[in-house]
Design a binder for this molecule. Structure first.
Ligand SMILES: NC(=O)C1=CN([C@@H]2O[C@H](COP(=O)(O)OP(=O)(O)OC[C@H]3O[C@@H](n4cnc5c(N)ncnc54)[C@H](O)[C@@H]3O)[C@@H](O)[C@H]2O)[C@@H](O)CC1
Ligand SMILES: Nc1ncnc2c1ncn2[C@@H]1O[C@H](COP(=O)(O)OP(=O)(O)O)[C@@H](O)[C@H]1O
Ligand SMILES: [K+]
Length: 510
């Protein structure tokens, strides 16, 4: 059994509902009947014991399908290990004639072993197990039996007892990470009651993006032997990959040749930070520029738009200020758009046609969304073999796609991939569980980062970090993956070392 932390050493394959069912069928065909569910139940029971070794009373809520079957199997073990187990069962679903065969066998086994099956959850329990719905479930208030499920989920939440969700938290979509409105109250806020999810056979993408992280809590994984049985089929059928520490960070400067010079680490030029009579956004460009410097770029230039009031950064005097006409677009990695305001639209055509390595953020993305001609210039870059990274947050992505932020969030993986294909770019769709997509590649999900990053300017910092990684020689895709991972890690280390103290964008280095 594997515990998936944000510092997971390996990049791991993720499988949505259809791909998971496919793996399950292939694995089941190679094993005696009921084996997978038996393994699943044992795994659930073991993790329950590890989570709450001193628990005496355990409530297991089982549903109408195979997820419930896993709960019945687990109940047998926990009962035999001397725990007081209370099993509650929803009964069959409204359209079901019988339990699926694996689950029926598991239920018969639990009854034969003498595990008490009760109508009411126990008044007090030390641990609860949610085996209501898994891959095949979709909560729906209008369906018979769902009121019971919701009542039980609410009791679990209200109890404050540790909770173990089998395969998925009931009500969370395995593909998208969208949680049913009906379980909004079940999200685990940071530091609250322990909540664990044991993903079985495959890891599901929905556990790691959108609302997934809030609902899943700490994720554990047991592949039930599928990796050993199916080998390469597991990786080749992945719908997404969860980034691990092995996804290739930037090479340390200390491992470079002694004869390196500042030119060896590449130039980054930040274009943005509009100043007008009424607003000054230079700070956004400075944040990106400083971040690029601290991420190891050799030289960093800043070209501010409008009538800038600054020509030196006194706290970071290494930054060089240039008029935009004096920026070497051809030989720098250009980071364009941070605080770019409306003026960035005026420089975009030139930048798109002259900068072979380009990152577009914030107002540059908004300008592209509004102008079909500029969109054509963007897609043409791919034909020239030029590298482009877009770093939208959900609203910017929605503008580019001509949809709403809610629609983007409802399909984060799909939205990022559509953007990547439409504009022939690498795309970082930001937010909890950032998605990195590229044309023809399986998308990546980033596990690092936390809500401390939800503060103005952290996106500018990310833009600078990606720019620096490209300047130091990584491909646009590798740079996006490594920088997004490292950016989130800063917030995770901050949380460990300084707890709730607010993180500021300019506090992300040093
Ligand atoms: N069959 C096997 O060998 C294995 C199955 N596994 C478990 O099986 C689960 C998938 O099983 P299922 O496909 O049966 O899916 P579920 O256990 O999620 O149950 C779906 C069943 O409930 C019904 N249903 C869906 N939504 C409902 C609702 N709102 N109200 C009432 N009934 C509803 C469906 O019609 C279906 O019959 C996995 O999540 C995992 O826990 C694992 O044990 C791995 C091995
Ligand atoms: N709750 C969160 N969990 C993880 N990462 C987050 C969270 N909130 C924000 N972030 C990250 O913080 C950064 C915010 O970027 P953005 O929305 O562009 O803000 P700004 O433009 O103010 O800098 C992104 O990298 C995003 O992924
Ligand atoms: K469940």
């Amino acid at each position: 059994m594997q515990h998936i932390t944000r510092l997971n050493p390996h990049t791991l394959p993720l499988h949505g509902v259809a791909a998971s069912r496919n793996l399950e069928q292939q694995a089941a065909a190679l094993l005696p009947a009921h084996t997978l569910m038996q393994r699943a139940g044992l795994s659930v029971a073991r993790l329950a014991l590890a989570m709450a070794p001193h628990a005496r009373t355990i409530w297991i809520a089982c549903g109408p399908g195979n997820n419930g079957g896993d709960g019945f199997e687990a109940a047998v073990h926990l009962h035999q290990w001397g725990k007081t187990v209370h099993l509650t069962w929803t009964g069959l679903g409204p359209t079901q004639a019988a339990l699926p065969p694996d689950a029926r066998a598991a239920r018969d086994k639990a009854l034969a072993a003498g595990v008490p099956m009760v109508n009411e959850p126990p008044a007090q329990f030390d641990l609860c197990i949610d085996a209501l719905l898994g891959l095949g479930g979709r909560l729906d208030a209008s369906r018979a039996g769902n009121a019971l499920m919701l009542d039980w989920l609410a009791r679990m939440q209200a109890s404050g007892a540790p909770r173990l969700s089998v395969d998925l938290p009931t009500g969370l979509d395995a593909d998208t990470g969208v949680a049913s409105d009906l379980i909004a109250a079940c999200a685990v806020s940071t530091g609250a009651t322990a909540h664990f999810t044991l993903s079985l056979l495959s890891l599901k993408p929905g556990l790691f993006t959108a609302q997934g992280r809030d609902h899943a809590g700490q994720v554990w994984f047991d592949d039930l032997g599928a990796g050993a049985l199916l080998g390469e089929a597991v990786g080749s059928s992945a719908n997404a990959w969860l980034l691990g520490a092995d996804q290739g960070g930037t090479v340390s400067k200390l491992t470079q040749a002694h004869a390196s010079h500042k030119g060896s680490f590449g130039d980054v030029a930040v274009l943005g930070g509009e100043s007008t009579a009424t607003s000054h956004m230079a700070g956004a460009a400075l944040l990106a520029a400083r971040a690029a410097l601290h991420a190891g770029a050799g030289r960093v230039y800043v070209a501010l738009l409008g009538s800038p009031a600054v020509s030196v950064d006194l706290l970071q005097p290494e930054l060089m200020f240039r008029n935009i006409a004096a920026v070497d677009l051809a030989h720098s990695v250009v980071v364009c758009g941070c605080g770019g305001g409306t003026l960035v639209a005026g420089v975009l055509p030139k930048v798109l046609q002259e900068a072979p390595r380009l990152l577009l953020d914030a107002d540059a993305l908004n300008a592209i969304a509004q102008d079909a001609a500029v969109q054509t210039l963007l897609t043409e870059r791919h034909v020239r073999g030029w590298a482009t990274v877009l770093t939208p947050h959900p609203l910017e992505a929605a503008r580019l796609l001509g949809t709403s932020a809610a629609s983007v969030q409802a399909q984060r993986l799909g939205s990022a991939q559509t953007l990547a294909e439409r504009f022939a770019c690498v795309v970082v769709l930001k937010g909890s569980g950032s998605i990195i997509a590229a044309p023809g590649l399986v998308p990546r999900i980033n596990p690092t980062g936390n809500a401390l990053l939800a503060t103005a300017g952290t996106g500018d910092v990310l833009a600078g970090m990606v720019g620096a990684a490209i300047a130091r020689g990584q491909s646009a895709h590798a740079a996006a993956c490594s920088a997004v991972y490292a950016h989130g890690q800063v917030a995770d280390v901050w949380a460990e070392q300084r707890g709730e103290r607010a993180l500021t964008a300019s506090g992300m280095w040093g």
